[in-house]
Design a protein around this ligand. Structure first.
Ligand SMILES: [Zn+2]
Ligand SMILES: [Zn+2]
Ligand SMILES: [Zn+2]
Length: 179
């Protein structure tokens, strides 16, 4: 990790530091690291970045927080991009959970730059702005009307997903699935 300098992530360019960085890194480990079944042989062996095509050994780092026995490696730009993706998600999610218009399915003036910052970070990290709504299971642009972060507690961990707001509930009914 010493060689990693995360890119500006928040809407005002601030980086996560201290406890927030630790929290973000933990979420990256849980929700961003691909499952073994999604890795190529070279990625599983740690000979290729688990998120991209980089194979230069000098550019590949162990992922802090994963056991030393765990071979997959990442390049610094990919790790920074994943940190920025999770960081901007959290900033948007925290706002949405506390803001009345936003919990109501709208996107208030304060939420617009938070959503845009996350959309940019998402695209940088994954190459796409498409996300899947946990209610209707339909893919959509992350800034589609009503779409917002949705954090929920599962049996083993907290999940960081997305859902359509009122739009999805209105379409929903027989369409909705219980998670
Ligand atoms: Zn990479
Ligand atoms: Zn708001
Ligand atoms: Zn939906």
């Amino acid at each position: 990790m010493e060689s990693v300098s995360p890119q500006p992530a928040g809407p005002t360019g601030e980086l996560p530091t201290g406890e927030l960085l630790t929290l973000v890194q933990n979420i990256v480990l849980i929700s961003e690291v691909p499952p073994g079944s999604a890795l190529t042989a070279a990625q599983s062996a740690g000979d290729q970045c688990m998120w991209c095509t980089v194979t230069d050994p000098a550019a590949l780092n162990r992922v802090e927080g994963m056991g030393t026995w765990w071979p997959p490696r990442t390049c610094a730009p990919c790790l920074s991009a994943r940190i920025a993706k999770v960081h901007t998600y959290l900033l948007w999610a925290w706002h949405t959970e506390e803001c009345e218009p936003c919990t109501d399915g709208r996107r208030c003036g304060a939420a617009i730059p938070l959503g845009e910052a996350h959309a940019n970070a998402l695209e940088t990290a994954t190459g796409s702005r498409r996300v899947v709504c946990v209610r209707c299971h339909q893919p959509d642009d992350v800034l589609a009307q009503g779409l917002r972060p949705h954090r929920w507690l599962g049996e083993a961990a907290a999940y960081h997903s997305y859902q359509h707001g009122l739009k999805c509930l209105r379409v929903g009914e027989g369409f909705m699935r219980v998670l």
